[in-house]
Design a protein around this ligand. Structure first.
Ligand code: ATP
Ligand code: ZN
Length: 222
């Protein structure tokens, strides 16, 4: 059979948890840090090791069968496609307990923040322009977008933006940059998605087996 193609983050906050989960499901890989594609030794599975931002599109377009990705990145990519009038079809198979974070608005500590309206016409730095715009539009607060793919948290002190919209887990990064979290706009965990186009019977059987094993791994941890 054709190998089941699974997209995972090559290196970053989700990689270790995803690799450990697959290992706990009994799938053996020889990882080589430079390899884009890694074949499983004991199952017809291959991993596509890519940047997390590329994972939703690989699954939407059916290039990968499955993808492990943060719901934040998934939501952002889905809105991006929709806003361009393109389709973003997939099914969410599972939400995990790892990769937990929140996308929040934060402002400098001395910013007199009363409510979201305090950010009216503010320039907000973010790597999540679509999720931010949806939230602000839903709350009818106009703002100016400042797209940054990194170093978002230094934008206010650098005088580039009045506020930021960024991922937070402990809050230590915000603290270190003199910022305070004022609104949570999106809560996220890692999830597993599958392409919407039906899989072959063999691939579907393998996915079913994987899901059963994942549930078993989770129950064993309880
Ligand atoms: P890549 O090189 O793959 O693009 P990245 O720098 O965009 O990596 P990471 O920082 O590794 O991504 O984060 C990957 C995902 O981990 C995030 O999109 C999010 O779903 C999750 N995550 C959990 N906690 C945090 C956190 N504190 N900060 C950032 N991401 C977090
Ligand atoms: Zn990324």
């Amino acid at each position: 059979m054709n190998r089941l193609k699974i997209a995972i983050q090559k290196s970053g906050r989700l990689s270790d948890d995803c690799q450990e989960l697959l290992k706990a499901c009994g799938i053996k890989f020889h990882y080589n840090k430079d390899r884009l594609i890694v074949y499983a030794k004991n199952q017809p599975i291959e991993l596509l090791r890519v940047r997390d931002d590329d994972i939703p599109a690989l699954v939407f377009d059916g290039v990968a069968d499955l993808g492990f990705v943060g719901e934040n990145v998934l939501g952002e990519c889905q809105l991006d496609r929709q806003n361009k009038g393109e389709t973003a079809s997939f099914n969410k198979l599972k939400v995990f307990e790892f990769g937990e974070c929140r996308l929040s608005l934060a402002v400098p500590k001395d910013f007199d923040y009363q409510s979201l309206a305090s950010l009216k016409n503010a320039r907000i730095a973010t790597s999540y322009p679509n999720l931010l715009k949806k939230y602000m539009d839903d709350n009818t607060v106009p703002f100016k977008n400042c797209l940054l793919t990194g170093s978002v948290e230094v934008a206010p002190s650098a005088g580039i933006a009045h506020a930021i919209c960024d991922l937070v887990s402990s809050g230590a990064t915000l603290e270190a940059n003199g910022l305070k979290e004022v609104e949570v706009i999106y809560r996220s965990k890692a999830c597993l998605i599958v392409k919407s186009e039906p899989l072959s019977a063999e691939k579907q059987a393998l996915v079913d087996k994987l899901l059963t094993r994942m549930t078993g791994v989770e129950q064993a941890k309880e």
